[in-house]
Write a protein that binds this ligand. Structure first.
Ligand code: NAX
Length: 327
């Protein structure tokens, strides 16, 4: 059996946390031969609820669970952390301006980035789920100058999985029949789910669905799925978000299948005209614990225009964060 790794989950007492922790402890995220030690980080008011979750984790008697600890102090929660899942965030409440939301989250992700910088293991991998995820990841990375920026990623996997599911339903196939899906951008209504390179059972997806379906149904359905879930459930996506977080980390740690890729938002190096540093969803392959952007794809004018529009909106959010003095 391997040595246990430390996985820190913030917002552990929340809805996503409740679905996520059990999947991690079961081995779904890092493999059925990898023991995990879980560090749960919460705000002081939610520590009691996190204790309840920890009791249940212990009661599940997972063979791979090497221990659970609960903290309300990021410095301690990230000590020796190998995998950080940053789920806890300040939600937007009624009447809250965007600047207030950014400031509140800057106050969370800045200090957590610093705590990671000063206390995490050298091989730390971070996934930011808490919204606005891409901007929060940017802030955390900027607060951790000693950690390579690439180790801070934001979650686009839920959008990617939603896109797979929609295309599979439309083409009467299974998600496992689909390869090379992409969701460009950030986890917002501006994102661009793109089937240009996708195949279904080896056939180009663009030959199986028409453009009107893509423009009028597929893209808006994927991009606005979060709102549709809230409308139907009366609560935001939780289990699917947790599942996507597990998938994201699993791909990063254990690799993507030969001939396929996934969508990861990491800091841009200027690929596809995306401003450098912007945490932006792009097609990536993973191997040996690293992810690499798939370069050299010939993008249509339409895709390029969508990327330019979306990148501009994402950059505007970063500019606002800078203006607010959060970095
Ligand atoms: P909940 O409100 O159920 O849980 C959030 C938890 O975070 C709470 O228990 C709260 O006490 C805790 N928390 C707040 N500040 C904290 C801090 N500074 N340190 C540690 N914990 C803290 O929300 P939930 O439904 O679990 O969603 C969590 C986040 O995921 C939200 O920001 C949400 O918008 C975001 N999502 C992101 C998605 C994505 O694809 N990137 C999709 C799903 C989800 O909407």
């Amino acid at each position: 059996m391997k040595k246990p790794v430390t996985v820190t989950v913030t917002g552990a007492a929340g809805n996503i946390g409740y679905a996520l922790l059990f999947r991690i402890a079961s081995g779904s995220m890092l493999g059925e031969d990898q023991p995990v030690k879980l560090n749960l980080l919460e705000i002081p008011q939610a520590v009691k609820a996190a204790e309840g979750t920890a009791m249940e984790l212990n009661d599940a008697a997972f063979p791979l669970l090497a221990g659970v600890d609960i903290y309300d102090d990021a410095t301690k929660a990230f000590a020796g952390c190998n995998y950080g899942l940053l789920v806890g965030a300040r939600p937007r409440t009624k009447g809250m301006e965007r600047a207030d939301l950014l400031a509140a989250n800057g106050g969370i992700f800045g200090p957590q980035g610093k705590a990671i910088n000063d206390n995490a293991a050298d091989d730390i991998k971070v996934l930011v789920v808490g919204n606005p995820a891409n901007t929060n990841a940017f802030i955390a990375a900027a607060s951790a100058p000693d950690v390579p920026a690439e180790r801070f990623t934001a979650m686009m996997r839920l959008d990617h999985n939603r896109a797979l599911s929609q295309l599979a339903q439309k083409t009467d196939s299974q998600v496992t029949d689909i390869e090379k899906m992409i969701v460009w951008g950030n986890h917002s209504a501006d994102q661009y789910p793109d089937v240009s390179f996708a195949t279904v059972n080896g056939k180009p997806a663009v030959d199986l669905v028409d453009e009107a379906w893509l423009d009028d149904y597929f893209v808006p359905t994927v991009a606005k799925r979060g709102a549709a879930i809230i409308e139907a459930r009366g609560a935001s996506s939780a289990a699917s978000a947790a599942s996507a977080a597990v998938d994201h980390m699993r791909s990063w740690a254990l690799g993507t299948p030969e001939g396929d890729w996934t969508t990861i938002a990491g800091p841009s190096h200027g690929e596809y005209g995306v401003p450098e540093g912007l945490v932006y969803g792009m097609p990536c392959t993973c191997a040996n614990g690293e992810y690499t952007v798939v370069e050299g794809l010939e993008l249509s004018d339409k895709t390029q225009a969508q990327i330019a529009k979306n990148a501009q909106a994402a950059q505007a959010e970063i500019d606002e964060v800078k203006k607010l003095g959060l970095l």
